[in-house]
Design a binder for this molecule. Structure first.
Ligand code: TXA
Ligand code: MG
Length: 347
């Protein structure tokens, strides 16, 4: 199959919309990451998402809408959802709802709940508005690879597998949406993202919990609240190890670790804050962004992980960020890229 990569304009949006109506797949930009969309009510179209990505069938998809009136055909709406939608839609917040029977089980992987979000990216909004379909869309990467934040990333993974990629430039947030469960007691973040725990608590006037497996591996006896948490994710081909502790110990540990692996002939680098580039100049430093701008780090992370693969990196040692605000989402993705392997530099 030939894969067209087109700038998102009126003509390509029309083409995208007619492909979706024909049960075909279209990759499109959102404010978080690029999505791989299909008509959510068309079982076969939804199944083809799983085959294009190589995604396990038991990992459910997020349904994208442009108007709240579309919820009527998808789910029931609990009262608590209204204030959240008022505050954060359109935007990077996905909510779980009790699903209606019309939603194919292929979308929800057989779960009684359906995840829905309303993206704010103008191209995503225009596409959803023009096709008037609820669009099921996971991130447009091959399963296990970092999510795409540029059209070129989508092309790397999806060339020959889908008919169309709409190019809308780089994604702003750069990490996938926050997934929030408000159906089972204490509101719980299943996946942290651009809408932070602190922002949610301000609107809900109650404490918001974070699923345990956000900052550590799922235990063998533990059920994943969000099936996506079971899978290895975001992992570059290199072995990634996180280094935490006080700044001077972290910097000397990074130098030490780099020297040891590089001396053993391994292609090695460190991921560090812009502020530490000079101090780590002999360690092939890769700039993850300024420690003072967490949004910048979030926006770069997936592109950085893909770059490591393109460079053929074998060993990567990375600084960590405080797991607060957007930092929680950064540490969730970085932690999973490292399979949560962490060295404590102060010990
Ligand atoms: O920002 C985003 O959310 C992007 C863009 C394209 O919208 N989409 C995205 O989709 O990241 P995906 O499929 O890569 O991640 C969806 C996550 C998975 O971890 C999945 O397990 C979880 O949402 N999920 C979906 N439906 C669920 C449900 N009913 N219950 C619990 N978790 C669910
Ligand atoms: Mg994904």
């Amino acid at each position: 199959m030939e894969t067209l990569l087109l700038n998102a304009d009126e003509k390509s949006l029309d083409l995208a919309s007619s492909l979706l109506h024909d049960g075909k797949l279209v990759a499109f930009p959102t404010e978080t990451v690029y999505g791989l969309g299909a008509d959510a009510m068309n079982r076969d179209a939804v199944l083809s998402i799983f085959s294009a990505k190589g995604r396990p069938a038991d990992n459910p998809l997020i349904v994208h809408i442009y108007d709240r009136s579309q919820l009527k055909e998808l789910c029931t709406i609990p009262e608590q959802a209204v204030s959240l939608m008022d505050a954060f839609w359109p935007g990077p917040l996905t909510l779980l709802f009790e699903k209606l029977p019309a939603v194919p089980d292929e979308v929800t992987a057989g779960l009684p709940t359906v995840a829905v979000r309303m993206p704010s990216h103008p191209v995503a909004a225009a596409l959803l508005r023009s096709c008037r379909l609820p669009v099921a869309a996971p991130s447009a990467n091959s399963s296990g690879r970092p999510s795409p934040t540029k059209a070129s990333h989508v092309l790397e993974d999806m060339q020959g597998k889908i008919p169309l990629i709409l190019d809308g430039g780089s994604c702003d947030v750069g990490l996938e949406s926050t997934v929030l469960d408000i159906l089972h007691g204490t509101p719980t973040i299943l996946r942290p993202g651009g809408v932070t725990k602190e922002m949610l608590e301000q609107v809900l006037h109650t404490e918001v919990a974070v699923a345990g497996s956000v900052l550590r591996p799922l235990r063998p006896d533990e059920t994943a609240l969000s099936p996506g948490m079971r899978y290895k994710h975001y992992a570059p081909k290199a072995s990634v190890v996180l280094v935490e502790g006080k700044e001077p110990s972290v910097l000397s540990a990074l130098r030490e670790l780099y020297r040891k692996e590089a001396a053993a002939g391994k292609k090695t680098c460190v991921l560090c804050f812009t502020e530490h580039l000079n101090q780590l100049q002999d360690c092939s430093p890769h700039d993850i962004g300024s420690a003072a701008h967490m949004e910048e780090i979030a926006g770069r992370l997936f592109d950085m992980l893909r770059t490591l693969d393109l460079e053929g990196m074998e060993c990567v040692f990375s600084e960590v960020v405080p797991p607060e605000g957007v930092g929680l989402a950064v540490m969730n993705r970085l932690g999973r890229a490292a399979a949560f392997r962490t060295i404590h530099a102060d010990d």
